[in-house]
Design a protein around this ligand. Sequence first.
Ligand code: PLP
Length: 410
Amino acid sequence: MGQYLLRCVSDRSVQPAYSLACPHDNSLLRADYQARQIEPKNLPGIWRFLDWLPVQGIIAKAKGAPVTYRSRGLAKELGLENLYISFNGYWPERGAKNPTCSFKDLEAAPTMQMLLERGDNPTLVVASAGNTARAFAHVSYLTGQPLVLFVPEKALDRMWTAAEAKGRGTGQVTLIAVQGDYYDAIQIAEKVQSLPGFAAEGGARNIARRDGMGTVMLDAALALGQIPKHYFQAVGSGTGGISAWEAALRLKADGRFGSFLSRLHLAQNIPNAPIYYAWKGKEPLAASADMFDDVLFNRKPPYGMPGGVRDALAETGGEVYGITDLQARAAKKLFEQSEEIDILNAPAVAVAALEQAAMAGSIGAKDIILLNITGGGVARIKEEHTLSMLEPQITVSHWEQAVQFLEGKK
Ligand SMILES: *Cc1c(COP(=O)(O)O)cnc(C)c1O
């Protein structure tokens, strides 16, 4: 279970467990699992895919998982006969119970489990525009592992939790608000991560994050009995795109799910769309302070390195879409009315891209398509749970302030 070698994508050299970087270049690392064929386990949530997760044990209480279902409503609207939706949020009627309503729940649980297995019990440091922080906070409540979150002030309204106060452990989660944007939060987090006793989570370089997200593709392939021909997702860093590609590579090597890879259709929200401009070879427009969903803005996506987004697009014959706020807003309405569940703004950008591809005829009406709805059901979870807000313990504008505060807490 979960036995693997960690290899650099560039030269396949084997690296020590838990490495985040390769010695000779800036290649991503990838898990090379011993199990060539996946045997779903009788375990809760994503742990079902333990063969292809970089962990030995599981967090049994972390039950979030993707749910794949066949679309009727949206499929009809778009004239698509084989549209499947991977719903990654909260929608119990469909079996979807991601506790923080996004596919970041799929990343947080295996990352925390991998950290536990490392054995030195460091404090994990995470910078996030909101959804990632919420997901890691939830797992930390379940496991009691220490966690420091850096979240831009503007994203603090995303820091809700459905976990009851009594279930939230004993102050293991430290929330630090950052004056600035997501990039500023990352920069401060990087300083703190380098201190003794703290650990970087690694972002796109973290194989537990990627293979956790890769369960979207695994769940779909197991449900459909084949690798979907197309994969649509809204991206900021594009890590989800890399994950879908890697999962498809493993499924292809498995041999039972088809001998091709899903074409990646990645969607970004213009003008804050560096992956879109890079892939299209276009001059980037000036960034906008306001966007439809700022979880989709990453100024430094893992694009050009071996195993990065560009390789994923090139190897799968992929495409990138630049979606305007107006298009995303209309797509959100279309999805919510036709599928009867609320979604976050980010996945609406993917819905708009799917709409464009269908109109342009770049996908066939009979093609098997997987649409990753990366977050939703916040309105739905509110029907059952009282959400409470996580309050920042301090607001900082420089990393020195953060270090001083954390030193003082010891
Ligand atoms: C993080 C996030 C994305 C973008 O994910 P990538 O890391 O770029 O793959 C999309 N939708 C939601 C809801 C997210 O939280």
